[in-house]
Design a binder for this molecule. Structure first.
Ligand code: NDP
Length: 305
């Protein structure tokens, strides 16, 4: 058996298209465009790439993109002041502070300063609590993207056994909450879980978010299960040759040993091209949702948790 490959790139394009259609209709009726403000502190190269992509895709779906780039030595007071200013701005419907922040800044404090209704990353403690209690919240983008792909692939998730590998605040825990909300029977596994292979092999759905290259092997997967690989790990790839400095070239792999697991699973997301593209698409979906809520408009169907 060979698993169906879940094409995250194509699905993300479809989500962006839906967002763009809504934006066009809403903007022509209401005048004001949805706006997303992204705040980047420092020069982290990976963050710079993310922020550039976010800005580009925001504009492509017809929204306003506001980028705020601050130096690495920005004070907490200045950053909090900017967030407060964005909270008050009627043109800004979503605010994202790119993480990680430089170590002298308190990320929790900064994130919890964002107005919860503009917290399109879903990391504000109010949104975490609302999600955990099954109330209307803003769901974090990566788990929301995973949920959308699972719903698209499997239809109703009700009653399915789901195992989430990883318990971080940004992926594992909210993923588990979203699956629970869709009536899965959810197990969260982590570095202290005993016999994790057997726990994983009992699941209809496995979401891997451990940050360990190709940790999940074929014997971790029940035949026919759906496997969502959140992991993004850079590993040496000497088979690709060497860089100018003589060190081996690198490639990106997921948390799942793709080739062997694809022989057992019913469906699987590749890395790259699986969960990754869905994350920004869901950020745009969340910004649209925030705009609709701010203007007492019906929320877009299929784009929320
Ligand atoms: P964290 O490092 O915050 O959390 C990793 C989790 O995995 C922890 O709960 C840890 O357990 C668990 N874990 C680590 N090693 C093992 C092990 N050997 N066995 C079982 N559990 C283990 O990572 P994130 O949640 O932030 O990210 C996970 C992965 O997803 C990373 O590769 C990251 O790059 C990727 N990612 C991808 C995104 C995307 O857009 N596609 C977005 C965000 C993340 P414990 O708590 O016990 O230490």
């Amino acid at each position: 058996m060979s698993a169906k490959v879940i094409d995250g790139k194509a699905f993300a394009a479809k989500v962006r298209e839906q967002v763009a259609e809504h934006v066009q209709t809403l903007t022509s009726k209401h005048g004001v465009k949805p706006g997303l403000a992204v705040v980047l502190v420092g020069e982290d190269p990976a963050s710079q790439v993310y922020v550039r992509n976010k800005g580009k895709q925001t504009v492509e779906v017809g929204m306003n993109s506001f980028e705020h780039r601050l130096p690495a030595d920005t004070s907490e007071e200045t950053l909090i002041g900017l967030v407060r200013q964005l909270n008050e701005s009627p043109d800004v419907h979503g605010i994202l502070v790119q993480l990680p922040l430089p170590s002298h800044l308190d990320s929790d404090l900064v994130i919890n300063t964002i107005a919860p209704e503009k917290d399109v990353d879903g990391f504000h403690i109010s949104n975490v609590g609302l999600l955990g209690t099954g109330q209307k919240s803003m769901a974090p983008c990566t788990p929301l993207g995973c949920l959308m792909m699972l719903r698209e692939e499997l239809g109703s998730l009700s009653g399915l056994n789901a195992v989430v590998l990883g318990r971080s605040n940004i992926v594992g825990k909210p993923m588990a909450q979203l699956l629970l909300r869709d009536s899965c029977t959810v197990t969260i596994a982590h570095s202290r879980t005993k016999d994790i292979e057997a726990v994983s092999a009992a699941a209809d759905i496995v979401v891997a978010a451990v940050g360990r290259p190709e940790m999940v092997k074929a014997n971790w997967i029940k035949p026919g299960a759906t496997v969502i690989d959140v992991g993004i790990n850079r590993v040496d790839a000497p088979e690709l040759g060497t860089k100018e400095d003589g060190s081996p070239k690198t490639r990106i792999v997921g948390d799942v040993a793709y080739d062997e697991v694809a022989k057992v699973a019913g469906a699987i997301t590749p890395v790259p091209g699986g969960v990754g593209p869905m994350t920004i698409a869901c950020l745009l979906a969340n910004t649209l949702t925030a705009y609709c809520r701010a203007n007492d408009l019906p929320e877009p169907t299929g784009l929320t948790a």
